[in-house]
Write a protein that binds this ligand. Structure first.
Ligand SMILES: Cc1ncc(COP(=O)(O)O)c(C=O)c1O
Length: 415
């Protein structure tokens, strides 16, 4: 507490221990009587005398236990770590499309008319283009900042803390991660040894645990297996929301199930421009939803979740379907060649894949983690997982022919 000395009608001062501290408050006009309860301690000393309150005490309890997502490293960081130029690194760890987008994308990005105006919250142009591309009306389609955002949005709309989801590992780890962020519990129904879904176990889990939704991936990441119609229909018949992630569907030879959302009130289908159109860096994903669900996704999403650049780029990519087909063809051809060459490596057993990556079991006593680290030192970056079920595997993305050649040359050093 201090003594207030109103010595000037326009300013007042607080005296403490003979020092004068100028107040930020100014009094214009008449003198007033002021009772001050304010501390006169200089601000910089205040915290010394208060009990220490740690910042993390503000964090929601379930998030304090959250393990961070294990992201891949971007080119610049890899380049610094490995002491190699980005051009000299063969990055086949994140299933990116090494051909990048069609030339129309760079042209469109170079001539953005209104980057200073907020983007269209309804991404009308892109949804119209996607309706043409998919054959599903745009009312059923919503665009997100990558399919990743849509996974999170679905969970935010559907799950209360303590609700359950079904996850079928090994699979894309974002489902488990987002469930943890949203305070949901994960019921794991492991895949069969050949990575196919264990549909009977899923049916049992739904009966016993009463989960709200299940995340299915077709083709599955990391092995590239697909889900057939019969399996999917069995799961759709259960009282559960089915989120079908088709991030890699273009490489599978299986037709997208986007249009199924008109018939199945409990189906959501997610897709992305990251793989098919080489736009992983611009973050554009999209989803097909039943009308009774999409309404709530619209309400929950951030208004400007898709940037002007992202929408323009995705529209430009769809204007060149011939390029997208050509790139897909090149990757499928390369997948075939890569698979054959991996089969010839004595310590690897590759799994047939319907996607733009190939999972390989590392055998003959070789340690998969060490193999990944040794390859990285040679400038070839592949994916390895810390999880129990995948620790003896590596996953390699299908790249350009020269990427395959570099990988195989390095692998020969370990034979
Ligand atoms: C199965 C699966 N779904 C979704 C994504 C993420 O897609 P996006 O880049 O659109 O967020 C990935 C990325 O690797 C994936 O493997």
């Amino acid at each position: 507490m201090g003594v207030i000395d109103i010595c000037n009608p326009s300013l007042f001062f607080i005296k403490s221990n003979g020092n004068r501290h100028q107040s930020l408050v100014s009094f214009e006009g008449k003198q007033r009587t002021v009772i001050s309860m304010a501390s006169t301690m200089p601000l910089e000393h205040v915290n010394q005398y208060e009990p220490k309150l740690k910042g993390d005490s503000f964090i929601r309890p379930h998030l304090r236990k959250l393990s961070p997502y294990q992201p891949i490293l971007p080119f610049e960081v890899l380049s610094a770590q490995l002491g190699r130029k980005p051009e000299d690194i063969v990055k086949i760890d994140a299933n990116e499309n090494p051909y990048g987008p069609p030339p129309e994308v760079n042209e469109a990005l170079g001539s953005l008319k209104f980057p200073y105006i907020y983007p269209d919250p309804e991404t009308r142009q892109l949804r119209a283009a996607l309706a043409q591309d998919s054959g599903l009306e745009s009312d059923y389609i919503l665009v997100g900042c990558g399919a990743d955002e849509l996974v999170d949005l679905v969970m935010r709309c559907v799950l209360d803390p303590g609700d359950k989801i079904v996850d079928c590992p090994p699979t894309f780890s974002m489902y488990e991660f987002d469930a943890a962020v949203n305070g949901a519990l994960v019921i794991k129904v492991p895949r069969n040894p050949d990575f196919s879904l264990n549909v009977d176990a899923i049916i049992d889990a739904v009966e016993q645990e009463k989960p709200k939704c299940i995340f299915l991936t077709c083709p599955n990441n990391p092995d590239g297996s697909i889900i057939n119609d019969e399996e999917l229909l069995k799961i759709l018949a259960l009282p559960i929301l089915v989120v079908l992630d088709e991030a890699y569907i273009e490489f599978s030879g299986v037709e997208s199930r986007m249009k199924w959302v008109k018939k199945h009130e409990n189906l959501i289908v997610l897709r992305t421009f990251s793989k098919r159109a080489g736009l992983a860096g611009l973050r554009v994903g999209y989803g097909a939803f039943p009308l009774s669900i999409i309404e709530f996704i619209w309400r929950v999403k951030q208004p400007y979740n898709v940037s002007v650049a992202a929408e323009v780029a995705a529209c430009a990519a769809l204007r060149n379907p011939a390029y997208l087909e050509m790139v897909k063809g090149a990757l499928l051809q390369e997948r075939k060649r890569l698979f054959k060459l991996l089969e010839e490596v004595p310590f690897l057993s590759p799994y047939p894949s319907h996607s733009n990556f190939i999972l390989c079991k590392v055998e003959s006593g070789l340690d998969a983690k060490k193999l990944k680290e040794d390859l990285a030192k040679m400038g070839v970056i592949v994916r390895h997982y810390n999880s129990k079920e995948l620790k003896s595997y590596i996953r390699v993305s299908v790249g350009k022919p020269e990427h395959t050649d570099a990988l195989i040359k390095c692998l020969k050093c370990f034979a």
